[in-house]
Design a protein around this ligand. Structure first.
Ligand code: SAH
Ligand code: SF4
Ligand code: F3S
Length: 463
């Protein structure tokens, strides 16, 4: 039998990208062949995100596109997987275009589900009925084994890999859908994580990024012994071949915070970079968001990070236009951004998510134009800070892990095919672009910064 061809498109965060990579490897193992061309595929998988309405709309418009393809090729199997699959379940199957709906906890079954849909032409639904129920040992084992078996170097980022250290989330920020689509927080056993890191290092991986929705809350207890993220950082640092270790995302909490910062300061392999979203600078809004800190406590945490890890780069996320956010609330957020001096910050307009506390209990009061105005204003404040911080790099030589060809043609000052513009990142997560041979992808190089933009450092290769 000739092998079936599958196409996979991914929306959403790093968790989803990792899930897609695992699913891809498992499908390949089962004999499927991957394609970048939708029209060539026998099965099309869409890995979806529910975090904002816009993310879901993009998926729906992609499904519209697939409807046309299916008219010409009625036998093509369409699978919606990931967070939106878990959120909407059977509702998605009502769409004639959709054959399979499979939630994030069911991904180990995908090769078998897709094969069965291709052979038997019937619809299939595989999601968790009660998503907040603690997974049993069997489910955890299945996911762990899937993770350990199919994790490999990131195909688009040579020399790098992402390793999940925990699944789910128990933080219940009032606006957020993640706990309802990814289920309860479960930390994976340290031995499984470190074995995986070792295997990846043997395959040539140089940088691992440990993933969790609130990765600093990682906690694994077995018998008398309990491990936190700092313990994982010490263990991962001992793995030969791994040069850089990063971890995302951090919830601003004092729990394990000192230990993590100390590990970062002690361990040369642990990159001095912390993504630590504040979401708002207003205590009233933080309370309404069910975030358990005040703006003052948050800024103290940033001060502590800077004193324990000199040179640390910080980044954040913000939501503007949260229900009840006044001009005054917004202004204190602007103040916080000015004080925090992030390397960069992601700014989102509040989007009510069905099923969340914010959607049930609060009215989306801030008009869209005001959300947009605040978004633009906050971005401008951050951009100025990013530009100032970038300028401090001028003339410095930095170590960069090269990702590959730069994808921004407008920045491209390529000098022919042998010396195109490449992009990479520093240990502090700054983006660096410079001209060099594509064979440098996945390697460390030194680069001397010659020019800067708010989010990008331009460089010349240096000895
Ligand atoms: N666990 C991570 C990532 C959560 S999703 C964290 O806590 O940081 C990434 C970002 O999306 C969040 O930090 C938040 O800023 C934003 N976000 C989440 N839900 C949102 C919503 N309903 N509307 C707008 N932005 C949202
Ligand atoms: Fe969502 Fe909060 Fe969990 Fe992040 S920590 S995933 S924002 S509930
Ligand atoms: Fe990630 Fe979106 Fe799901 S942000 S966890 S893919 S809802």
């Amino acid at each position: 039998m000739t092998s079936k061809i599958v196409h996979i498109k991914t929306f959403g965060c790093q968790m989803n990208k990792l899930d897609s990579a695992l699913v891809t490897a498992s499908l390949e193992k089962a004999g499927f062949r991957l394609t970048d061309t939708v029209k060539e595929a026998d099965a099309v998988l869409i890995n979806t995100c529910s975090v904002r309405e816009h993310a879901e709309q993009r998926v729906l418009s992609h499904l519209g596109h697939l409807k046309h393809i299916k008219k010409q090729k009625p036998n093509v199997v369409v699978a919606v997987i990931g967070c939106m699959a878990q959120r909407l379940g059977p509702e998605l199957l009502d769409d004639n275009t959709v054959d399979i709906v499979c939630g994030p906890a069911q991904i180990p079954q995908i090769p078998q589900i897709v094969t069965s849909a291709l052979n038997e032409k019937h619809k299939l639904l595989s999601i968790k009925d009660s998503i907040r129920q603690k997974p049993d040992d069997q489910e955890n084992l299945a996911l762990d084994e899937f993770e350990s078996t199919f994790d490999r170097a990131e195909q688009n980022l040579p020399g790098q890999a992402f390793v999940r250290v925990m699944r789910g989330c128990d933080s219940f920020c009032a606006y957020c859908v993640v706990p309802y689509v990814r289920g309860p927080e479960v930390s994976r056993p340290p031995a499984a994580i470190i074995d995986q890191v070792k295997r990846l290092a043997d395959e040539g991986v140089k940088q691992v990024t440990l993933l969790g929705q609130a990765v600093n809350k990682y906690k694994y207890a077995a018998g008398q012994k309990s491990s936190c993220l700092a313990d994982l950082l010490y263990l991962a640092s001992e793995v030969d071949g791994i040069d850089w270790i990063k971890f995302v995302t951090n919830y601003p909490s004092e729990q394990f915070y000192d230990e993590i910062l100390k590990a970062m300061a002690d361990l040369p392999k642990v990159c001095p970079y912390l993504h630590i979203p504040a979401q708002s600078g207003s205590d009233k809004i933080l309370r309404a968001m069910n975030r358990h800190y005040t703006a003052a406590q948050y800024l103290e945490m940033l001060d502590k990070a800077r004193s324990i890890v000199p040179g640390i780069a910080l980044s954040g996320d913000f939501i503007v236009g949260y229900p009840g956010e006044t001009e005054e609330d917004f202004h204190v957020t602007v103040d916080l951004v000015k004080k925090a001096r992030y390397k960069n910050a992601f700014i989102f307009k509040y989007s009510p998510r069905p099923g969340t506390k914010a959607d049930k209990n609060l009215t989306d009061t801030v008009p869209h134009q005001i959300k947009r105005k605040r978004n633009t204003e906050l971005l401008a404040v951050q951009e100025k800070i990013s530009a100032e911080l970038a300028q401090t790099f001028l003339g410095q030589t930095v170590k960069v892990l090269v990702e590959g060809l730069s994808k921004k043609p407008h920045l491209n000052s390529a000098e022919g095919r042998d010396n195109p513009q490449l992009v990479g990142r520093t240990a502090t997560d700054w983006i660096v672009v410079f001209n060099g041979p594509p064979s440098l992808a996945g390697r460390f190089v030194n680069a001397k910064i010659t020019k800067t933009a708010p989010l990008t450092l331009f460089a010349d290769p240096a000895p």
